[in-house]
Design a protein around this ligand. Structure first.
Ligand SMILES: [Zn+2]
Length: 317
């Protein structure tokens, strides 16, 4: 019981001191700035998640609401996004470079008391997306791997691929238009191998509809892929939360943000990277459509909770 009280106190402090509420209009913020699902937490409902105290890792002290949660882990230059669905299903989209699994992802999982993954999605075979995934496969049980079916002849890719096979994990080559229902959420593959012949263009792009919000995870989709997505999906690309394509590279289609129109945009990027990511003009384009903009190189890991059509962003770890 004492732990419950402590958690509630901690949550209250977090809500009062560190939250940034996304979006505008009537559906974004509860009265007085308290998100509408805080009552659920106060009722003790989240105690069922049973997170233990992990004093050394700030994520372990955070009690999330019982909605959808995305954790954009700060893996430096690269991507690693943990998706936690409302009824407990888990998906990791990409795993950063080599060693990021051991150094960043698995410690975060331990703090979250997360011992298995229902899905690993490897958006494409570049090392800043698959490099740490072999360590994840060796560290936790994984039910299924989604991939675009395109190998890359690098040690980063083969280390991951071999680890998946060694553990007997089923591999699914996903196609554009594939839809999976996970915890009453709709997960659609918007892009996979479209024959671009380059790893970025054939990145898996996911659209997630859940808890009254929409999420777009774009891998390293480049300008051509972004234009193609607009051609195919048009205004259906609209998403409340977007992970910027390709770490905010200037290789983008500049009308893309005006189709996505996100409330929250997250750029997963390493400080001082040699690619110049994110390009200043790209940051400006996303901000120009009204997005609250977060960069992992500036604020570290970004956690976005979604419930009842409301997004709640935390950056204090
Ligand atoms: Zn990348």
């Amino acid at each position: 019981m004492r732990c419950s009280v402590l958690r509630l106190l901690l949550l209250s402090l977090l809500l009062l001191s560190s939250c940034s509420f996304a979006g505008s209009g009537t559906d974004s913020v509860g009265e007085g700035g308290i998100p509408p699902w805080s009552d659920d937490v106060s009722s003790g409902q989240d105690q069922s998640t049973g997170f233990p105290d992990h004093g050394t890792h700030p994520l372990g002290d955070y009690v999330p609401p019982d909605g959808l949660q995305l954790v954009f882990l700060d893996v430096g230059q690269g991507d690693a996004v943990l998706v936690r669905f409302p009824k407990g299903a888990t998906m990791l989209v990409d795993g950063g470079k080599n060693d990021r699994g051991t150094e960043v992802i698995l410690p975060a999982f331990e703090a979250l008391n997360l011992v298995d993954l229902d899905y690993i999605v490897v958006s494409h075979a570049d090392a800043d997306h698959c490099g740490g995934l072999d360590e994840v496969v060796q560290g936790v049980a994984v039910e299924e791997v989604w991939e675009n079916g395109i190998d890359k002849d690098t040690s980063a890719w083969w280390d991951f691929s071999d680890a998946v096979d060694a553990h007997g994990i089923p591999r699914v080559t996903v196609q554009r238009g594939d839809v999976r229902e996970i915890d009453a959420c709709r997960v659609e593959v918007l892009n996979s191998d479209q024959g671009w012949g380059d790893s970025n263009g054939d990145s898996i792009v996911l659209g997630i509809e859940c808890e009254g919000v929409s999420v777009l995870l774009t891998g390293d989709a480049h300008a051509g892929t972004q234009e193609d997505l607009i051609d195919v999906y048009g205004s259906d690309l609209q998403a409340d939360l977007v992970k910027l394509p390709h770490h905010g590279s200037s290789d983008r289609y500049d009308e893309f943000p005006s189709f996505v129109l996100p409330k929250v945009a997250v750029c997963s990027v390493g400080a001082g990277n040699s690619y110049g990511h994110p390009a200043p003009e790209v940051v400006a384009e996303w901000k120009a459509v009204g997005a609250d903009f977060y960069r992992t190189d500036q604020v570290g890991t970004v956690t976005v909770d979604a419930k009842g059509g409301v997004l709640n962003v935390h950056t204090e770890w």
